[in-house]
Design a protein around this ligand. Structure first.
Ligand SMILES: Nc1ncnc2c1ncn2[C@@H]1O[C@H](COP(=O)(O)OP(=O)(O)OP(=O)(O)O)[C@@H](O)[C@H]1O
Length: 928
C-alpha cells in the first residue's frame, strides 16, 4: 500500500471553544516529527493511561496557520500528476465532526474568517491545466477525456449527488422509511487475469466535462445537494461519506520505429483510465452509548463499520507491502487478505487503495480539550495505518505543566512577537483565567446540587415499594452471622492485618512445592511474592485500603491446587493449618503437615462430592421456585448429567475415597464443549467525571439491589464516580462476532439470539486502581455499543468506596498498630463511617448475593469474577464454590501492572450463579 502521505491537520480553536475557556491539548514536536496530545487534567491523564503526553508520528503536520495551497502542494499535486500517468489515487479526509474535513476537501470560510479553496477545486484546476498542456501536444488519434461523478454513502446506501434530492429521495427518504431501495448499484467488474476487479456504480450520473469551470460548477452542485439534504435531514453531512470521483481517460498513440506495408511508420494505440477519489469521510466520533437507538444507532453502525473496514484495509495493504519488501529474492510471498468486502466504502474504493494506487490520508483534529477523546481516537486510527514508529517524547512533554494555564498559541508567529500581539495574548490569557475560575465555581456548585439531589433520591429509593433495603439492624444481624455464626469460619474479632488472614494459600503452594521437591520459598510462581500485600505501591487515586488488608502475608494463590478451598474450610485441620500461622517461611516439617492436610481435605471433598451425588444433589434446593432450578441449569450446562459437580461439600467423612477417579472434576462447571476455551469479550465503560452523559444509561436504579444490601448511611458513590465493568464470557469464540453484532444493531436479532446462549459475566471487585486500569488499558470497546441497556446491566460490577485512608506509619508502630490507631481516631469523628476490612469483606458477600439475584433474573447461569484475593477468600469461606478459569482467557488488566501475572494466574474465577445464591442464602439465613 502506498500510503503516500499521512498528514495531520489541526484546526484553530473556534470562537465557542475560546469563549468556554477550552485549552489546546495538541501541539507539534518537530524534533520527533510527532503530533503531541498533552493531558490537561485528571480525566485526560487517565485517557492517556497516566502519561502526561503522547506522541503520534505523522510524516507531516499542519498547524492552524497552514494554507490550503501549501497542503495541496505538499501532498495532493503529485497525485494529480500520477493520475495522468495511469495511476489511481485517493485523498481521504478523516476526523470527527467539525474537525475540518470539509474545510480541507472543499474549502470555505475558515474560523479566522478567511475564505479558502479546498483540495478538490485545486485538483480540478490542476487536472485541466495538465489536460490542456497535453492537448496542445496531442498527436492525431490521441484524446484525453475527463468526467466526474459525486456520491454520498449513507447507511450503506449510495446516493447520486448530481441529482437534487437524490435519485430516489422522493420515494425513500433518508430515514430509510418507505419507497424502494436506491437505484444506484455497486458492481464489480473483473478485469485482467490476476483477479482484479473494478468497482462500478451503475446508474450514477457521470458528467463528461471539457473545462475546469464546468467541472467546478458540477462539484459545487454536488456539494449543494449534499448540504441541502443535510439541513433537511438533521445534519446528515457529518453522518455520510462524500466521494467525488474524477476519471481521466486517455488514448495515447505511440509511433513505433517500424514501417508498415504502406511504408508509413507503425503506430500503437493504447488506452487507460485512471480515477482520483476525493473523499470527505463521515465524522468518526463515537456515538455515545446512552440513548442511541434506532436510526442513530444504525447510522453509527454503518459509519463505524465503514471506517473500521477502511482502517483494516489500509493496515492489511501496508502489511502486504512490508511482506513484499522483506521477501527474499525468489521467495513467493503470500498475499495478505485485504478485507475490501467488509463495507461498501472499501468496495467502492478498492481499485484506488493498494496496488499501484496512491493514497493520502489527512487526519483532521480539533485542538480543544473538550475533544480530547475524539482527537486521541483520530490520531490512534491514523497511527495504526502508518508504519512510522512513534518516538519517546522529549522531556519537555513529560510533566504536566501548570494545569490551569492556557496554552498560548504561538504557531505562525515565529520568534518575534510584536507588542500588540503580546498585549493581545496577555489579555487573552487573563480572560481565559477568569473563564476557567468561573467554570470551576460553577462545577462546584453543580456538584453540591447534585449531591443534594442524590440524597433526596436515596431517601426516595428507600421508601419505594418493593425496595428491600436492609436496615442497619438487619445488617448487623447479617454481619453477626457472618462473623460469628457456625456456618462460616470468620472470627468475630478479625481485623485488618489479622494474623489469621496471613499466608492464605501460601501453604497450599508451599506444600505443593514440597511435594514436587521444589524450593520452600514464598516466591510466587506467578511472578514474585504478592506485592499486592506489601503495601508500598499505592497509586494515585487508589482510595482502597484493600491493597494492604492482608498485611505482608505470603502469596495468596487461591488456586494453587486443584483442591477446592471450600473443602479445606470443612476440614478442621486444614483450616487450622491455613490460618494458625501466617509465616510463609515455615519449615519443611510444617510443610509436610500442610501437605497431608491438603491431601486429606482434597480427598474429603471428593468423597463429599460422591456422597452428595448419591444423595439429593444438595445444591438443587434453591428457595425461589420462580428461578431456574439448579439441577436444570446443571443439566443444561453439562449436557444432561446433573448432580455431583454442583454438590455441596459436606463435613462428615463418609464414603470411599476415589480421588483418582474424580481427578480433574474439581466440582467442574462444565459449560464448554470439550476442548473449547471461553473467550472473554470484555468491554468496559466507566468512571469519568466529565463524561457522565456517556453513562447516563446506567443509573443508581440499576444498582438498587446492591444498594439495598448496604447498611444505612453507607456513603454511596456519586453515580458519576461509579465504576462499571462490563464483560461477557463468550463460549463460542468461533462465532463471527462482527456479523452477529451488526444483526443486533440493525434490529434483526436480539443480543441473546445473535451471540448465543445466556452465559453472562459478573464482575465484582473492590479496588479503584484495578478497574480504572482495566478501563483505560482496554483498547477495543467497539462492540459494546451494540449492547442494550438491559444487556449491559446484566454484565456489571460495582465498587463501593470507603472512607478509610491509609495511615502514615508513626515511628515504632507496626502497620497494624498504625491502622488500628487511625481507625480509632476516625471512629471518634462524628458522622464518619469507618469501614473495617471485615465490614467491607462481609459486605462483599451481600454484593455477591445481589449480583446473583440480578443474574438469575436475567437468565444468566454462570458468573465470572476477578475479585481481590481476600474478597475471594471470604466468599469461599462463606461456602461459595468457585473454580479458576483454566483457559487462555484474557484478563482485562494491564499487562504492565505489577500484579498482572498474579491476577491472571490466581484470581480469575467462575461460578454457577444459582448455586452461589443458594449457598449464600443458607449462610446469610435468608428465607423467602
Ligand atoms: N484549518 C482551519 N482553519 C480555519 N477554519 C477551519 C479549519 N478547519 C476547519 N475550520 C472551520 O471549522 C468549522 C468546521 O469545519 P468543517 O465543516 O470542515 O468540519 P467537518 O470535519 O467537515 O465536519 P462534518 O463532519 O460535520 O462535516 C468550519 O467553520 C470550518 O470552516
Amino acid at each position: 500500500m502506498q500510503l503516500s502521505a499521512l498528514r495531520c491537520k489541526v484546526r484553530p480553536l473556534n470562537p465557542r471553544e475560546r469563549d468556554e475557556g477550552m485549552r489546546a491539548c495538541v501541539s507539534f514536536d518537530e524534533e520527533t516529527k510527532q503530533v503531541v496530545l498533552s493531558a490537561v487534567d485528571k480525566n485526560t491523564l487517565l485517557q492517556l493511561r497516566g502519561a502526561t503526553a503522547k506522541g503520534y508520528a505523522f510524516d507531516r503536520r499542519y498547524g492552524q496557520d497552514i494554507t490550503s495551497d501549501a497542503i495541496y502542494e505538499d501532498c495532493v499535486a503529485q497525485l494529480v500528476e500520477a493520475v495522468f500517468k495511469g495511476y489511481n489515487a485517493t485523498v481521504l479526509a478523516y476526523g470527527q465532526t467539525g474537525s475540518g474535513k470539509t474545510h480541507t476537501m472543499a474549502g470555505g470560510q475558515g474560523i479566522h474568517g478567511v475564505v479558502e479553496e479546498g483540495v478538490t477545486p485545486r485538483v480540478i484546476r490542476h487536472i485541466f491545466a495538465l489536460a490542456e498542456a497535453l492537448r496542445r501536444k496531442e498527436k492525431p488519434g490521441e484524446k484525453t477525456t475527463i468526467s466526474a461523478y459525486g456520491l454520498e454513502l449513507y447507511n450503506e446506501d449510495l446516493r447520486d449527488l448530481a441529482l437534487a434530492g437524490g435519485r430516489d429521495e422522493a420515494a425513500k427518504g433518508w430515514d430509510g422509511k418507505g419507497g424502494s431501495t436506491s437505484n444506484l448499484k455497486l458492481q464489480e467488474r473483473p478485469v485482467g487475469k490476476d483477479g482484479r476487479v473494478v468497482p462500478e456504480v451503475v446508474g450514477v450520473t457521470e458528467r463528461e466535462v471539457t473545462g475546469a469551470e464546468e467541472l467546478l460548477s458540477f462539484f459545487t452542485l454536488c456539494m449543494e445537494n449534499r448540504s441541502t439534504s443535510s439541513t433537511k435531514l438533521n445534519d446528515r453531512s457529518s453522518r455520510s461519506h462524500a466521494i467525488f470521483t474524477i476519471t481521466v481517460q486517455r488514448t495515447v498513440v505511440e509511433v513505433l520505429n517500424e514501417l508498415g506495408t504502406d511504408l508509413k511508420a507503425k503506430v500503437r494505440t493504447s488506452e487507460f483510465t485512471s480515477k482520483l477519489h476525493l473523499v470527505d469521510l463521515a465524522g468518526s466520533e463515537r456515538v455515545k452509548r446512552s440513548g442511541v437507538t434506532g436510526k442513530e444507532l444504525k447510522e453509527a453502525t454503518h459509519i463505524n463499520s465503514g471506517l473500521l473496514a477502511l482502517g483494516n484495509v489500509i493496515v492489511a495493504l501496508a502489511g502486504d507491502e512490508t511482506k513484499e519488501k522483506m521477501a527474499t529474492p525468489g521467495e513467493k510471498k503470500k498475499a495478505t487478505h485485504v478485507p475490501y468486502r467488509d463495507s461498501k466504502l472499501t468496495r467502492l474504493l478498492q481499485d484506488s487503495l493498494g496496488g499501484n494506487s496512491l493514497t493520502v490520508l489527512i487526519s483532521c483534529i480539533s485542538p480543544s480539550e473538550s475533544d480530547f477523546e475524539e482527537t486521541n481516537n483520530t490520531l490512534k486510527y491514523a497511527n495504526r495505518a502508518c508504519k512510522i514508529k512513534n518516538q519517546p517524547l522529549p522531556n519537555r512533554f513529560t510533566t504536566l505543566e501548570e494545569d490551569l494555564l492556557p496554552v498560548i498559541p504561538t504557531a505562525g508567529m515565529g520568534n518575534s512577537l510584536g507588542m500588540m500581539q503580546l498585549q493581545a495574548l496577555l489579555e487573552d490569557h487573563e480572560r481565559l483565567k477568569e473563564v476557567r475560575e468561573r467554570r470551576d465555581r460553577e462545577r462546584k456548585e453543580k456538584e453540591a446540587k447534585r449531591q443534594a439531589q442524590l440524597a433526596v433520591l436515596r431517601e426516595e429509593q428507600m421508601k419505594a415499594k418493593g425496595f428491600q433495603r436492609l436496615r442497619a439492624n438487619q445488617y448487623d444481624e447479617l454481619r453477626r452471622r457472618l462473623a460469628g455464626g457456625n456456618t462460616t469460619s470468620i472470627p468475630t474479632d478479625q481485623v485488618i492485618g489479622d494474623e489469621l488472614l496471613k499466608g492464605f494459600g501460601t501453604r497450599l503452594r508451599l506444600s505443593q512445592e514440597a511435594g514436587e521437591g521444589g524450593a520452600s520459598t514464598a516466591q510466587s510462581e506467578y511472578g514474585g511474592t504478592d506485592d499486592f500485600f506489601e503495601g508500598g505501591e499505592e497509586g494515585e487515586g487508589d482510595v482502597g485500603t484493600e491493597d494492604y488488608v492482608g498485611a505482608e502475608g505470603g502469596d495468596e494463590s487461591m488456586f494453587a491446587d486443584d483442591a477446592d478451598v471450600g473443602a479445606l474450610e470443612e476440614s478442621g485441620r486444614a483450616d487450622e493449618s491455613m490460618f494458625a500461622d501466617g509465616d510463609p517461611s515455615s519449615g519443611a516439617a510444617e510443610d509436610a503437615v500442610a501437605l497431608a492436610a491438603t491431601a486429606a481435605a482434597k480427598s474429603k471433598f471428593r468423597r463429599a462430592q460422591k456422597a452428595d451425588a448419591a444423595g439429593d444433589g444438595g445444591a438443587g434446593a434453591i428457595g425461589d421456585s420462580s428461578q431456574v432450578s439448579l439441577a436444570e441449569l446443571e443439566r443444561e450446562a453439562t449436557g444432561g448429567e446433573a448432580g455431583s459437580s454442583l454438590a455441596e461439600p459436606v463435613a462428615d467423612d463418609t464414603g470411599a475415597d476415589d480421588a483418582a477417579g474424580d481427578e480433574g472434576a474439581g466440582g467442574g462447571y462444565d459449560l464448554l464443549e470439550e476442548g473449547e476455551v471461553p473467550k472473554l469479550l470484555a468491554r468496559f465503560k466507566v468512571n469519568q467525571h466529565d463524561t457522565l452523559a456517556v453513562f447516563k444509561a446506567c443509573t443508581k436504579e440499576d444498582f438498587k439491589d446492591v444498594i439495598s444490601l448496604l447498611p444505612e448511611n453507607t456513603p454511596l458513590p456519586a453515580s458519576d464516580k461509579m465504576t462499571y465493568l462490563l464483560a461477557r464470557l463468550e463460549i463460542n469464540p468461533g462465532r463471527d462476532m462482527t456479523a452477529a453484532l451488526l444483526n443486533v444493531a440493525t434490529g434483526e436479532a436480539t443480543m441473546k439470539d445473535a451471540v448465543g446462549p445466556a452465559v453472562g459475566c459478573l464482575m465484582a471487585t473492590f479496588g479503584t486502581n484495578m478497574i480504572a486500569s482495566c478501563i483505560f488499558d482496554f483498547e477495543d470497546p467497539e462492540d459494546l455499543r451494540y449492547y442494550g441497556v438491559d444487556e449491559r446491566i446484566e454484565l456489571w460490577g460495582l465498587q463501593i468506596p470507603h472512607t478509610s485512608v491509609r495511615p502514615a506509619l508513626a515511628e515504632g508502630m507496626t502497620e497494624e498498630q498504625a491502622m488500628a490507631a487511625a481507625m480509632a481516631a476516625e471512629a471518634e469523628k462524628a458522622n464518619t463511617i469507618t469501614w473495617s476490612s471485615v465490614d467491607r469483606l462481609n459486605m462483599s458477600i451481600g454484593l455477591l448475593y445481589a449480583l446473583c439475584n440480578h443474574a438469575i433474573e436475567n437468565g444468566i447461569r454462570c458468573g465470572f469474577c476477578v475479585p481481590r484475593p481476600q474478597l475471594l477468600k471470604r466468599w469461599m469461606q462463606a461456602g461459595v464454590k468457585m473454580e479458576q478459569v483454566k483457559t487462555s482467557l484474557t484478563l482485562i488488566y494491564p499487562q504492565t501492572a505489577h500484579d498482572y501475572e498474579y491476577y491472571r494466574a490466581s484470581t480469575v474465577a467462575w461460578f454457577m450463579v444459582a448455586e452461589v445464591k443458594a449457598r449464600l442464602e443458607r449462610v446469610l439465613g435468608i428465607v423467602h
